[in-house]
Every structure is written in structure tokens, then in C-alpha cells.
Design a protein around this ligand. Structure first.
Ligand code: MEV
Length: 432
């Protein structure tokens, strides 16, 4: 392979960039200028970003927007959202304001248990392994005491370790299934360190006290946390749903519920329905320096927990009361990791009044519910394109390099005309 390179990581940042430019770019000056344009002029800040990952060449910006007017359990929040998709922040703000006048959002943390597993094989009898595990369990726990000391002082730590027999699924396969309380930390490092210690102790003890061969395959936390659950909810009398966009609240409520019921039974719709909720969830997760891949993986696994992928949100209309709620697993942190490092994460957390991990779980769940409400409300009333294309107009205008004056005229024009890419090109041509 002609483009293969060895020792790339050892090159300086400038050398890496020059190698890239030489290898892949026709106009090196333009590419070099772009890479440098996105550097921060504050050298210390740039170094901080350079060191988050390996082989950093520049920064990749996402807008950080805010959605005000979120009433959550009676407290008002402005929610920070890092996201590139136009209309998400606007829809969140609109949903926040809608529910502000109707009692606000309620949220509660149902549970906070994290999970990690040591996966191992054993070729002896299960009964021998079970007795061995019973005898060795206190040692497994105490062997991690250096790691757990601080967490325990704050009220967290290891909750339990179970031996799980998985040989029906895979020959010789067993697990140590461990549960943890990690308080305000997401806990990945804490959990993985404990697990690696359990694995070492298990292997050592097995060598001396167990017949048969025990081999550790791997030790890692699980991003599936069905017992780290949060619920967010809104409710109001159906009649109070009446608003500028909702002329007939009874009809709206029924249609909205029908849309949610469809997402509950139809996976193709459920995925898109949940994607709408994730628009809100991921944006807050990113703004607060949490791991959106972990959250995505865990949330979607939860959506499929009953054997078929289904809606994360649910709706009821009973005794004239409309209720809409979401229940999701969320393993979040408000200390450690990026939360201590990224200045904009600190800024976002301060905006949220420095929440605990439990508070943040509630805020994120509310953002997801609000976003899903906004999407399903649009879909079942005006359709999604009207709002989307209005927001998209600005992107098209920027693509077409519209001047500030042209923007003002065209935004006015498209208040009463349908936005399509072709129509915007045509309108700008007419103006010019
Ligand atoms: C677009 O980002 C999200 C929606 O497709 C969600 C939905 O269909 O519910 C509008």
C-alpha cells in the first residue's frame, strides 16, 4: 500500500499535517489554511484539545445551543445542547415552553446500579466452580479495597458479585457479574479497574484451589444498564392541550397517542421515533461531556428488551388526562473524565447549576421526552417538513453564500413560500 506509514504517531503535529497534505490533497495551501483556521489562538486551550486524543490535527466544531424554559420538578433550567441538526434546539425550546404553561416536566431516578463482567471459561464441573466462588467471593471483594476506598467513603462501591453460568449459550462460558454504585461518576475507570482486579484474584485463586482449567477472556463494564433507570413525564387535561397549533385537543391527543402506539408495535417506526428522542438526549450528553456512544448503545438495547425493538416513550389518555412519558437507562457522570477538563463542559454544567449525576439523568431524560414530543406533535399536525425546511433555509442560504441583506429578503420571502433547495436557488438568482 503506497499510502501506508509507520511511526505516524511519533511525528510532530505539523509533520502529521504535512504528511496528510502531501498524501491526499491537491490544493495543499487551502487544506493547510483550513486546518489552522480551526485551531484556537489560545495555545494552552489548543494544547488541552490536542491532548484529548491521539494524532489531533485540528478541532471539529459543533454548535452549542441552549433551550430555555424547561421546568423540571418545579425548577427552571436552560438546557445546553451540542448538535449540528437544524431545528432540534428550536423544537426543544418550543416543547419546553408548551409544557411550562401546563405544569412542566416531572422526572424521577428509579435506580442507579452499574454493571461490569469478568467473562471466563472453565472446563470442570459447575458445582465445583460454584463452591469455589462462594469461598473466594470475600477475597474478590477485599482484593479491590484499594480501588474502592474513596468511592466507599463517599457512599458508593461494589454492590455485589454473582457467578453466572452461561454454558447453555456457549460451552464452558461463565461470568462474574458485578454491580456497582458509582455516585456522581460515570464510573467506567472505577468499574474496569475493579473487574481487572477480580479477574486477577479469580485466576490466582483458581490455580491453587480449583480442579480444571479456568481462563479469563476479558473484563469490562457493560453499557447496558437496565437498573440505572430514569423516568420523565408530562401530563395535563386533554382540553389544556389547546394551543396555536392544536385547535382540536381531543383529536390531537388521540392522534398523538396513535403515533406512539405505532412506534410501540412497529420497529421501522420505533427506530425513527426513538431517533427523535435521541436528538435531545445526545445533544445534552455531548454538551455535558458524557459518552454518547455508551448511552446510545444502552438505550437502544433497552428499547429491545422485550424481544422486539420498540418505542422508548409511551402515552395514555385516561379520565380526560393526557400523559406522555419516557423511561431510559442512563449511566452519566458529572465528575471525572471530560467533565473536569473541557471548559465548555464545565460551562454547561454550571448552566445546569452543577447537577449531581442523578439530576443530570433527569435533565437528559426530559430533553429526550421534549424532543420526542416536538417531533411527534409536528408529524401528527403540520408534518415535519414545514419546520425543518424553514430551519434548513439558513443552511441553504449559507451554502449559496447569501449576503446578510439577501438573507433578510429571502427569509421574508420564504415565510409565505415553500422552501425547497431549487426554490431557494431560483429566488436568490432572481434577487441577484
Ligand atoms: C429527525 O431528526 C427526527 C424525526 O424523524 C423524529 C421522528 O420521526 O419522530 C423527526
Amino acid at each position: 500500500m503506497s499510502n501506508a506509514i509507520s511511526g505516524f504517531s511519533k511525528l510532530s503535529k505539523s509533520e502529521k499535517i504535512e504528511w496528510l497534505l502531501d498524501t491526499y490533497f491537491t490544493d495543499k495551501d487551502i487544506a493547510r489554511k483550513l486546518v489552522k483556521q480551526y485551531w484556537n489562538s489560545d495555545e494552552k486551550l489548543q494544547k488541552l484539545h490536542d491532548e484529548f486524543i491521539e494524532n489531533t490535527i485540528t478541532n471539529y466544531y459543533l454548535p452549542l445551543g441552549v433551550a430555555p424554559n424547561f421546568s423540571i420538578n418545579g425548577k427552571l433550567y436552560t438546557i445546553p445542547m451540542a448538535i449540528e441538526e437544524s431545528s432540534v434546539v428550536a423544537a426543544a425550546s418550543k416543547a419546553a415552553k408548551f409544557w411550562l404553561k401546563r405544569g412542566g416536566f416531572k422526572a424521577e431516578v428509579i435506580s442507579t446500579e452499574k454493571i461490569g463482567q469478568v467473562h471466563f471459561t472453565y472446563d470442570g464441573y459447575f458445582n465445583d466452580l460454584a463452591s469455589f466462588f462462594k469461598a473466594v467471593k470475600p477475597k474478590l471483594l477485599s482484593s479491590a479495597s484499594d480501588i474502592t476506598e474513596n468511592m466507599e467513603r463517599r457512599g458508593g462501591g461494589i454492590l455485589d458479585i454473582e457467578l453466572r453460568n452461561k454454558t447453555e449459550k456457549l460451552d464452558d462460558y461463565y461470568q462474574l457479574h458485578a454491580t456497582f454504585e458509582t455516585l456522581d461518576a460515570m464510573g467506567a475507570n472505577f468499574i474496569n479497574s475493579c473487574l481487572e482486579q477480580f479477574a486477577d484474584t479469580l485466576k490466582n485463586e483458581a490455580e491453587h484451589n480449583l480442579e480444571g482449567n479456568l481462563d479469563v477472556v476479558m473484563s469490562i463494564l457493560s453499557n447496558y444498564v437496565p437498573n440505572c433507570l430514569v423516568r420523565a413525564e408530562v401530563e395535563c387535561p386533554v382540553s389544556e392541550l389547546k394551543s396555536k397549533d392544536i385547535k382540536n385537543p381531543e383529536e390531537f391527543a388521540e392522534k398523538f397517542k396513535q403515533a406512539v402506539n405505532i412506534a410501540e408495535v412497529e420497529p421501522y417506526r420505533a427506530v425513527t421515533h426513538n431517533k427523535g428522542a435521541m436528538n435531545g438526549i445526545d445533544a445534552v450528553i455531548l454538551a455535558t461531556g458524557n459518552d454518547f456512544r455508551a448511552v446510545e448503545a444502552g438505550v437502544h438495547a433497552y428499547a429491545a428488551k422485550d424481544g422486539q425493538y420498540s418505542s422508548l416513550t409511551h402515552c395514555s389518555i385516561e379520565d380526560g388526562v393526557f400523559k406522555f412519558w419516557l423511561e431510559i437507562p442512563l449511566a452519566l457522570g458529572t465528575v471525572g473524565g471530560l467533565t473536569n477538563l473541557h471548559p465548555l463542559v464545565k460551562f454547561s454544567l454550571e448552566m445546569l447549576r452543577n447537577p449531581s449525576a442523578r439530576d443530570l439523568m433527569q435533565i437528559v431524560a426530559v430533553a429526550g421526552l421534549a424532543q420526542n414530543f416536538g417531533a411527534v406533535k409536528s408529524l401528527t399536525t403540520t408534518g415535519i417538513q414545514e419546520g425543518h425546511m424553514k430551519m434548513h433555509l439558513m443552511n441553504i442560504l449559507n451554502q449559496l453564500k447569501a449576503t446578510p441583506k439577501e438573507k433578510v429578503r429571502l427569509i421574508e420571502h420564504f415565510k409565505t413560500n415553500v422552501v425547497t433547495h431549487g426554490a431557494v436557488v431560483e429566488a436568490i438568482k432572481n434577487l441577484r
